[in-house]
Design a protein around this ligand. Structure first.
Ligand SMILES: [Zn+2]
Length: 782
């Protein structure tokens, strides 16, 4: 039997290959994430009252058939009854087929006029085949009530599909705000619909402990609740008043946890529980103060708790006893191989002052508090390993040395991920720049308040989980990626949906589809159909950014400017004279060329109405525009914009250093040399820099301007010191300008000298300081 299956399968593949011509023309049938191969054919399969579902021939698991039946039943699709496996006509068939190429999550789906056939090696594959089948049906199939629709047609096609990454995750923080069981299930459904397979459940943090631990009942009786400050801004909440009751919070009983795990298993989603340690544990000290260094009883934080000073004492043996007891119960509940232990943002102040922690450092011959953290994590890892489990932690667990078998979640950019992979550790990528879905996704003026940052849908879609510069050998340690939803500013299920989708949708394609098949415009079109599925599911999704993005482009050496948006079919109207555009202003069609400085204002107009505030950008036309310089040290990946090209693109940054026009250098100087390609008159060179001490960004101490002739001989030099006080925390932009007389030259070097480390009085003292630059302007009349 098996042999026959393989034979049939091979011919199916050959069929696909010969259809390659068609493949190019064929649509992706609006499936998200985009399958590896889709061939659309003529005709339809129609589901009627007489359609049957055939049981798998040699069933490891028949639950997917039941799952499909239940989805059909809710939406009012005629529910096919089960029939024997050998039925061939008017049937939806599931079959286990041996095909190595498909892996354990791949599937094939073939729709002809007479049958629908899903084949896979494992139940996971069959489940993903069903998800694709659902997307081939009208969006009403996602309704939870019987719809009016009478006809249920599936276009004939052949699909061959498998995921790119094995870790396709979504995270949810239920500590900052508590979310009910019903929402957790809905969130799991959304994850499943996107063929993602990990739910990272952030169960404990400073604002509340959310999982029942039988041995420590006070964790949920006391540490799960805080005083209600829901009406106050997160960063400005007031502490509990005398005798004030803790009324906000909640927790999941072990029974509820089991129920959720079962629900997730039926959707092939692995739940990774996270129990934070040694930091982000202040809520524990409301219940068990003896576990901290000071032993002081704290209250559960009703809002922002920063810095994260009260952490578990690493000197006391009771701490490890507590952790092992808690983990023992967690392990008994969760079948997951991985247990997440947090490990992030642990402030070491208390450890420095604690006699027991210092004793531990001496006894274990550790160098410092970073090594004490490493000792802590290693000890927990030993325990987890002894129970057959593996440890995951945020990238801070690299500090002081990584535990031998730990998996790292790289959130502070790409660096931690690269470092861990180079040491041979497994890595999950979730850099804030692309994967933090608590950041703004559109113009903050029109959005519910978010924690900050800016991660647009387009930015998520552009994410490449394998960091640049990682060798092919080490790239295999990148298991995949996940989106993180922290809930400081997210109080309700509906808001959590708004922040999660469609960014989750974009990420799903990043982690599932082949990298070379990603196409933003095509995705954006398919997304409009996907939105109808969300409508049917009554999901409160975000319609994304309605802002116009203004970017430079060089076309045959000529400097031009492009105007784009995330709404492919909505016209962009613009002006270049500083006036407000209207629906009568020119519609943007192709890149715009300029030969002098202008102010561009642009906006999206739907049916004549402006949809969001204008984007306004001044283009400073100067001698170096479009002439890319060379940087001695590259900018940080997180604030890279277009690298050196951003410094001569005519576009200046705004007061928001995350606007994509500023580039940032962490701990290094900005040392740029521009080649004008010929001797040109130079009357002045200017460059602007940015300071916001609270974000560890400081003005350069000084900026050195050097001018070289055609033979690279220095002909002029000027040094300008900053006039901005170091302590100034408000966003400030300072222009450094050097004037020159009667000068013609070819090369210009600009060195902005970084203060290198944050000053003594600063919270980040000793850590690398940033320099941010937007544009180097070279003036001079031809
Ligand atoms: Zn201590």
């Amino acid at each position: 039997m098996k042999k026959i299956t393989i034979l049939i399968f091979t011919s199916f593949l050959i069929g696909l290959v010969s259809c390659n011509q068609m493949d190019k023309k064929s649509k992706s049938l609006n499936i998200i994430p985009k399958p590896v191969k889709v061939v659309q054919e003529k005709g339809f399969f129609t589901i009627t009252g007489k359609t049957r579902i055939a049981k798998p021939m040699h069933g490891k698991d028949g639950s997917t058939a039941a799952y499909l039946q239940s989805v059909f039943k809710s939406a009012g699709v005629p529910v096919p009854e089960l029939c024997e496996p050998f039925e061939e006509k008017n049937v939806i068939r599931f079959e286990y087929a041996a095909d190595e190429e498909l892996g354990w999550e791949g599937y094939t789906l073939e729709v002809t006029r007479s049958k629908i056939e899903i084949k896979a090696n494992e139940p996971e594959g069959l489940f993903y085949g069903v998800q694709t089948l659902l997307q081939l049906l009208p969006p009403e199939v996602f309704e939870s009530q019987k719809t009016e629709r009478k006809e249920w047609k599936v276009p004939c096609c052949k699909i061959w599909d498998r995921p790119r990454f094995e870790w396709r995750g979504m995270h949810l923080d239920v500590s900052r705000h508590f979310f009910p069981v019903e929402f957790i299930k809905r969130y799991i459904d959304l994850i499943a619909m996107h063929k993602m397979n990990v739910f990272h459940w952030h169960l404990t943090d400073d604002n509340g402990w959310r999982i029942e631990i039988k041995k420590y009942p006070l964790l949920t009786e006391i540490a799960g609740w805080h005083v209600d400050r829901e009406n106050m801004p997160w960063r400005k909440v007031t502490p509990p008043g005398p005798g004030e009751k803790a009324t906000y919070g909640g927790f999941y009983s072990q029974e509820e946890v089991r129920e959720i795990i079962k629900y997730a298993e039926e959707r092939y989603i692995n739940i990774i529980p996270e129990i934070e340690m040694p930091g982000h544990t202040s809520e524990v000290f409301a219940a068990y103060p003896e576990l901290s260094c000071t032993g002081k009883k704290l209250y559960v934080q009703p809002g922002s708790y920063w810095p994260n000073a009260d952490i578990l004492c690493a000197g006391k043996e009771e701490t490890f006893g507590f952790i092992e007891d808690v983990l023992e119960e967690v392990i008994a509940l969760f079948p997951s191989l991985y247990i997440h232990i947090g490990g992030d943002e642990a402030d070491k102040t208390r450890w420095l002052e604690c006699t027991l922690c210092q004793q531990r450092i001496r006894k274990e011959k550790l160098k410092d508090e970073n090594e004490l953290q490493s000792y802590f994590i290693r000890r927990v890892e030993n325990f987890l390993n002894s129970k057959g489990k593996k440890l995951i932690g945020w990238d801070e667990i690299l500090e002081g040395g990584l535990a031998p078998d730990a998996t790292v979640m790289s959130w502070r950019g790409f660096k931690g991920g690269i470092e861990a992979a180079e040491q041979g550790h497994k890595v999950i990528m979730c850099p804030t720049s692309h994967c933090y879905f608590d950041y703004y996704q559109a113009n903050p003026d029109f959005e519910p308040e978010a924690i900050g940052g800016f991660t647009s849908l387009k930015k998520v879609y552009s994410f490449e989980p394998v960091p640049e510069g990682l060798s092919e050998e080490n790239a295999k340690f990148i298991l995949g990626a996940q989106g993180n939803v922290w809930t400081e500013y997210i109080k309700t299920p509906s808001h959590a949906e708004y922040m999660s989708v469609p960014r989750m949708t974009a990420l799903a394609e990043v982690v599932w589809s082949p990298a070379d098949q990603r196409d933003w415009t095509d995705f954006r079109k398919r997304l409009n159909i996907h939105f109808k599925r969300f409508d049917a599911l009554k999901v409160n999704y975000s319609k994304g950014s309605w802002k116009v993005d203004i970017q430079p482009v060089l076309e045959n050496g000529i400097y031009k400017v492009t105007l784009t948006s995330e709404q492919p079919d909505i016209p962009i109207h613009y002006t270049a004279d500083g006036t407000d555009p209207s629906a009568n202003s020119p519609v943007y069609k192709k890149p715009l060329a300029f030969s002098n400085s202008v102010v561009i204002k642009a906006g999206l107009f739907e049916s004549g109405n402006l949809m969001e505030a204008f984007t306004v950008k001044e283009i400073v036309f100067h001698n170096a525009i479009g002439k890319t310089g060379t940087l001695k040290d590259p900018p940080s990946k997180n604030y890279f914009a277009s690298g050196a090209a951003s410094l001569t693109d005519g576009l200046k940054g705004s007061e928001n250093f995350k606007d994509g026009y500023w580039i940032g250098f962490e701990g290094t100087d900005m040392d740029l040399e521009i080649d004008l390609n010929e001797d040109l008159p130079i009357s002045s060179v200017e460059a602007s820099f940015y300071q916001q001490a609270g974000s560890w960004i400081f003005m350069p101490e000084k900026v050195v301007f050097q001018i070289f002739d055609n033979n690279h001989i220095l002909v002029a030099e000027s040094e300008i010191k900053t006039t901005t006080p170091l302590g100034k925390n408000d966003a400030i932009i300072e222009k450094f300008s050097a004037g020159f007389e009667n000068l013609k030259a070819r090369y210009i070097r600009v060195i902005a000298v970084n203060i290198k480390t944050c000053p003594e009085w600063h919270v980040g003292k000793g850590s690398k300081a940033w320099v941010f630059a937007d544009e180097v302007i070279v003036n001079g009349k031809h």
